[in-house]
Design a protein around this ligand. Structure first.
Ligand code: 4AD
Ligand code: MG
Length: 446
């Protein structure tokens, strides 16, 4: 065995003898030749097995009989070949020796068209396919870019609890868990704890799994998703939007730079992503409603007209966000939502108590909300009244109200949904493929 390398590093080993270890993705052959497209997790490489070079006819016959996903070690010389259809591509291995690690047969996922439920039932295997590989590699980069930007901009990562005693984002989608003799809930957000943490550290973020029992089936909702939530002391709504647009520009541009090959596999329109540079347009909820009314009035198809219907005071549904974002070629901020559709903790708009200092960031091309955020309520009496108005048990929020009494400052924060962001940046149509093992209304397996 020669030096074991990753397929993605083959360019550095042209002319050298190396060993690759991986799985058979595809295989064709004729006579004394076998062409194996070997997958090692970092890429795909064409390995050429020529019987006389192998010098072992029995082994050649065994290799010829291997099924898709058989595990293999191959050693040979790295050759540059512009015709080699590899990812990232351009290199092939001229095989001199091989070792079969496990011979697989009848792999259930074949190049034919399988239904989505079949693929989700076989998610433990489907993850190996090129498209899923590309999506999850992009996810890894987006996750790291999120962390890098925050770490490089003075934020401290502080972990917040997963098991919590109370709701923060409404009581209708809580997952209940037994907690000794008590009832607890899986975290919908780490925000309330982040608000305590800023008074110790200034700028903080948490990044972890988040749980919401979303009882509707949509392309945008998971029951378990990953959310990163930055929180900033001495920060108002305008400053929050400036932070968000710098942050999103960095994430998109970093992904474009580092994951070209994967975005190509997904046939993503790259010019749409290249355009994602700060500043982003900002419109008020009031203006968004006016735009939606104009769209509705111009619509001739009665079904679409009904779908676009919305009155001031109502929250946007997916069709509203989709149509709004099609009017912009960058993400758009919508700020100042009606208080009644948002969480209890948002600062009221000065002089307009029916509006709150909230801001959502909607991704273009119809993708819709990827970030929700706000300036937080600073007045302890108003906060207590809001807790009552939302029918929340005030005794659970004593500590949270307490924060308003000791050095309280204007402060703001936001939450970015990792899977929503991956859906948009990869340009795919459904959120369920952006996480290795999705949890949805009707799926808990595998
Ligand atoms: O808008 P949301 O509910 O805001 C919060 O939870 C705040 N506490 C955040 C904060 O200010 N610290 O959720 C934030 C983001 C959404 O914009 C969306 O990207 C994602 O979390 N999200 C979901 N992603 C997938 N599946 C779901 N069911 C989601 N619910 C929210
Ligand atoms: Mg939201």
């Amino acid at each position: 065995m020669a030096q074991v390398i990753n397929i993605q590093n083959m360019a550095q080993h042209v002319g050298q003898e190396v060993t690759l270890q991986g799985w058979i993705y595809q295989k064709t052959g004729k006579g004394k030749l076998q062409f194996i497209r070997l997958r090692d997790g970092s890429g795909i490489c064409q390995c050429v097995v020529f019987r006389p070079n192998l010098g072992n006819d029995d082994l050649f016959a065994e290799i010829k009989a291997l099924g898709q996903e058989s595990a293999l070690r191959v050693t040979g010389e790295v050759k540059q070949d512009d015709r080699a259809p590899g990812v990232p591509g351009g290199y092939e291995l001229d095989v001199k020796s091989a070792e079969i690690v496990q011979a697989a047969q009848e792999y259930p996922i074949t190049p034919k068209d399988h239904g989505i439920e079949f693929l989700l039932d076989n998610r433990h295997l489907h993850l190996r396919s090129k498209q899923q590989w590309a999506i999850l590699r992009v996810r890894g980069t987006i996750k790291r870019a999120i962390i890098d930007w925050l770490d490089n901009n003075g934020f401290l990562n502080v972990d917040t609890p997963i098991i919590t005693p109370s709701a923060a984002e409404g009581t209708s989608n809580l997952f209940e868990v037994g907690y000794y003799d008590d009832t607890a809930y899986l975290a919908q957000t780490g925000q309330l704890y982040n608000e305590a943490n800023i008074y110790a550290f200034g700028k903080v973020y948490c990044f972890g799994p988040t749980f919401r029992a979303e009882k509707s089936k949509t392309r945008r909702h998971l029951s378990e998703f990953w959310m990163c939530e930055p929180e900033i002391a001495f920060c108002d709504l305008d400053q929050l939007m400036e932070i968000e647009e710098q942050f999103i520009e960095y994430i998109v541009q970093t992904t474009l730079k580092e994951r070209r090959a994967e975005l190509d596999v997904l046939e993503r329109d790259l010019t749409a992503l290249e355009n994602i540079r700060a500043p982003f347009p900002r419109i008020s909820y009031d203006e968004a409603i006016e735009r939606l009314h104009a769209l509705r009035d111009a619509e001739t198809d009665p079904e679409r007209k009904a779908m676009l219907a919305i009155e001031w005071g109502e929250d946007f549904g997916s069709p509203h966000e989709t149509e709004l974002t099609k009017q912009f070629d960058k993400p758009v901020f919508v700020y100042g939502y009606p208080t009644q559709v948002k969480a209890f903790y948002m600062e009221p708009w000065p002089g307009r108590p029916e509006v709150c200092k909230s801001v959502d960031l909607l991704a273009p091309e119809g993708y819709g909300e990827i970030i929700g955020g706000s300036e937080r309520m600073s007045d302890p009496e108003k906060l207590l009244a809001a807790i009552h108005a939302h029918d929340l048990p005030p005794e659970n929020y004593d500590w949270y109200i307490d924060l308003r009494k000791f050095g309280s400052t204007p402060h703001s924060g936001f939450g970015i949904g990792l899977e929503r962001t991956v859906t948009w940046i990869t340009g795919i149509s459904h959120i369920r493929q952006t996480i290795a093992f999705p949890r949805t209304l009707n799926r808990l397996t595998p």
